[in-house]
Structure formats: C-alpha cells, structure tokens
Write a protein that binds this ligand. Structure first.
Ligand SMILES: [Fe+2]
Length: 170
C-alpha cells in the first residue's frame, strides 16, 4: 500500500458509496420525471435540484478516493424505479432511500473508526450531517401528504410547498 492510501476494504466501501450516490441521483431524476408527468412542477423542480446535489455527493466522494491515491471502482447497482402507485408512495420510497443512505454512512464511520482512518472519518462528517437534513425534509414532506389524504385536490398546496423547499436551497 502506498503511503496514505485507503485500505482495500475502504476503497471498495467508498467506491460502492459513490455508485449509491449516482444511483440516488438517477432515482431523483426518475421521480422528477414522474412529478412533471403529473403536472407537479414544484415537486419536479425540487427533485431535479436534489438530483444535482446527489451528483455532487458522488463527485466529491470520488475525488476524495482519488486524492488518497486509490481507484474509484463503481459496482453495478439495482435498476432505477420509474413507476409508483401514487405520489405519496413515491415520497415514501424517497424517505426509505434516505434512511438507507444514512445507515450506510453510519456503517462507513464505524469502519473508519475501526481502521483508525481519521481522515476518512473527518471527510465523511459532511455526509453524516447532511443526512440529518435529508431525513428532516423527508419527514416534513410525508407529514404534508398525510394531511391531504382525505382531500386529494389539496395536492396543489403540497406542490407549492416544494417551490418553497427549492427556494430555500438557493
Ligand atoms: Fe447523497
């Protein structure tokens, strides 16, 4: 191993996470397409923004792996969903994915603590904290869907909320 290189196990672990970030990027693009198809322009706009964030997460992680002198090995992941029973179900899946990503980062932190790879722990801090925000927003979205379950025509108020979310990011 060259000086300062990631361990083989860490290289594989982080490479897989880069693939997961790109998977999530495509997942968000797919959800945005469905939202647009259903004339939910606020949702579509926010989901596109999120997709860009996910792309940045993958890029930043890949650059870190490269900075350590390792290779970025991207495994082939699962197919991207493109159809949902309802918009609410689509956002339930979004929340599930964010929970899965959160758990993955917690496991990465466990691994870098065990390896005493402190640089990787410090680098991953951004991702761990970002997941707090992702889960909070997902919870907020699902709460809004739960409020309109008996009044589906109120979906436009939920769509308006996504413009707010999108504006918050700028
Ligand atoms: Fe991400």
């Amino acid at each position: 191993m060259q000086q300062n290189q990631l361990s083989e196990a860490m290289e594989e672990r982080l490479g897989r996470q880069v693939a997961e970030e790109y998977w999530t990027e495509q997942f968000y693009i797919s959800m945005s397409n469905e939202a647009e198809h259903q004339n939910m322009h606020g949702m579509s706009k926010w989901l596109r923004q999120e997709a860009e964030d996910e792309h940045m997460h993958g890029r930043k992680l890949a650059d870190y792996i490269l900075a350590r002198g390792n290779h970025v090995k991207l495994p082939h992941l699962r197919p991207i969903p493109s159809q949902w029973e309802s918009l609410e179900k689509m956002f339930v899946e979004l929340a599930e994915n964010e929970r899965r990503v959160t758990e993955a980062y917690n496991t990465h932190i466990d691994a870098c603590v065990a390896e005493r790879d402190h640089a990787t722990c410090a680098f991953l801090r951004f991702y761990v904290l970002n997941q707090v925000e992702e889960l909070q927003v997902a919870r907020d979205i699902l709460f809004r869907f739960s409020l309109i379950r008996n009044a589906p025509y109120m979906i436009m108020t939920v769509d308006r909320y996504f413009y707010e979310l999108a504006a918050r990011k700028k």
